[in-house]
Design a protein around this ligand. Sequence first.
Ligand code: ATP
Length: 359
Amino acid sequence: MAAVTVTNLVKTYPSGNRRATDDISLDVADGEFVVLVGPSGCGKTTLLRMVAGLETPDSGTVSIGGRDVTRLPARERGLSMVFQSYAIFPHLKVRQNIGFGLTMQKVGKAEWNTRVERAAELLDLTDYLDRHPAQLSGGQRQRVAVARAIAVDADVLLMDEPLSNLDALLRLQFRAELKKIVARLGTTTLYVTHDQAEAMSLGDRVAVMRDGRIAQIGAPMDVYDHPGERFVGGFLGAPPMNFFTATVHHGNLVVDDQSVPAPASLAAWNDKKVLAGIRAENITITPITQDRAQEGVEAEVEVAEPTGSAILLTVRWAGGELKVQTGPGVRVAPGDRLRLDLPAAALRFYDPETGLALA
Ligand code: ATP
């Protein structure tokens, strides 16, 4: 096993008008599972391909296990890869497909069999070893690709959207399986996805990328709870974090005639505008009463969407539209007026100009 260190990686494609990766540095510890996530075109695949040795950086270095591999070809980097367009050879049986990397490495027959069978077992493919890929479901084929990557026992596993060809249910099942398998193997893993839920569920850490840079990296729940910039809060989570602009005024956040208590940390922003963020599940609703001391702001329900385990409300208040997640038993309908509690401890604050979190 081995740590992966990427230092100041810059890459511009000849036909590209901006940097595909813009001075990226990243440390993946030995045995760690790091997920690169971000919108289309943010540079995830380019970064992974530079680690793989399939793309040459303009500048910067890649080291694996303390060895500078920047100029080494892919096959000398001790890596194993699974890509979105996984190349399962149709004319080879599952057994030979899984053992393909081992065949290339000229591994002896006994060892070859042991490793193929172990990988097949891990991915629940033992009963399919003598089938051809055409006789498998899409999910099983994808598992063959992962089994092949695992069979070679590489120091580092690189995966680029390996679950993208699966339907939603299979994807969910396989996600959990993959997490279990990688944890058991303890292989250092770098994984690319544009699916934020997949990133959160799989990674020891997630690196949220934007425009060729890592906007934020951390443990999934830390990044989710404390987005370092507006973009990250808006990218992670379904629904994304809610944002509204408010003026800080003597310990309150004021929006039109509505106000909620502001944390003391905002004192330096008195009489200035801030961008406030809050997650849908951190907002609580109560019916509006005549009680003048009632906390919170007034809102009107626009849409109520039951999702089974919860109800997702779209509400409108002086600060605009908010998504609110309530328990499944709550009965509300469009047009209902509610009071929203926006607890100060759940609010996050950003500079409205830069979108960066306020210290
Ligand atoms: P996706 O999720 O859509 O796969 P990504 O985050 O993996 O996106 P990259 O494929 O790394 O993004 O692309 C980063 C940027 O580099 C994009 O602007 C893309 O258009 C550009 N790019 C990628 N490959 C090439 C190429 N071969 N030639 C020119 N530009 C490229």
